[in-house]
Design a protein around this ligand. Structure first.
Ligand code: G3D
Ligand code: MG
Length: 182
């Protein structure tokens, strides 16, 4: 049965406007990249199953309900309600725009305030296909290490790293849930 799954998680996708949140979710859930997305209005979600295999070879099917939250400041008042019930998230920045990296702490604060706890996140350095990169891998890796998050580089344009993002997150979520600490 293709709709069977072992775990279901709500995922929220955070980050400044135009970092590629909608492109990443679309690429992952439909497998293609479009350049004509309308600026995300409010929020929307995609659902996709992903299979992960642990070190012992055990296969686990994880159903992800991925909420693509609008990054623009005019949606700030609405965002906390989309965060509620989230088990995990993606914290996304654009490697070609320094500001999107500098404001990551603000996104973390907004999330933590909305749900009153810490949830597993993956740091996503997106748009690695662009030639004018200004945030180096070492900077992203250091930030991720400081927060205890996995770090993944991606390009929603080429598809590089997109599946890895969701696999990393699914692995952390499953191990957290199995430990019973969720
Ligand atoms: P958002 O949902 O975070 O606001 P979008 O961002 O997914 O709407 O993407 C914003 C713009 O960046 C879009 O360009 C999109 O095509 C582009 N983009 C997203 N990811 C990548 C990537 O990995 N590489 C490159 N080169 N571009 C990307 P437009 O021109 O449609 O506004
Ligand atoms: Mg969007």
């Amino acid at each position: 049965m293709s709709s069977a799954y072992d775990f279901l998680f709500k995922i929220v996708v955070l980050g400044e406007g135009a970092v590629g949140k909608t492109a990443i979710v679309t690429r992952f859930s439909h497998g293609f990249f479009r350049t004509d997305y309308k600026t995300t209005i409010g929020s929307q979600f995609a659902v996709k199953n992903i299979e992960i295999v642990d070190d012992a070879g055990t296969r686990t099917t994880v159903k992800l309900q991925i909420w693509d939250v609008a990054g623009q400041s005019r949606f700030q008042i609405l965002r906390p309600m989309y965060y509620r019930g989230a088990s995990g998230g993606l914290l996304v920045y654009d490697v070609s725009r320094k500001r999107t990296f500098i404001v990551l702490d603000e996104w973390l604060d907004e999330l933590t305030k909305a749900i009153n706890k810490e949830i597993p996140l993956v740091l996503v350095a997106n748009k690695t296909d662009l030639p004018d990169r200004v945030v180096e891998p070492a900077e992203g890796q250091e930030y991720a290490r400081g927060k205890g998050m996995p770090y993944v580089e991606s390009s929603a344009k080429t598809g590089e790293g997109i599946v890895d993002i969701f696999e990393e997150l699914a692995k952390v979520l499953v191990s957290t849930r199995k430990k019973g600490s969720d």
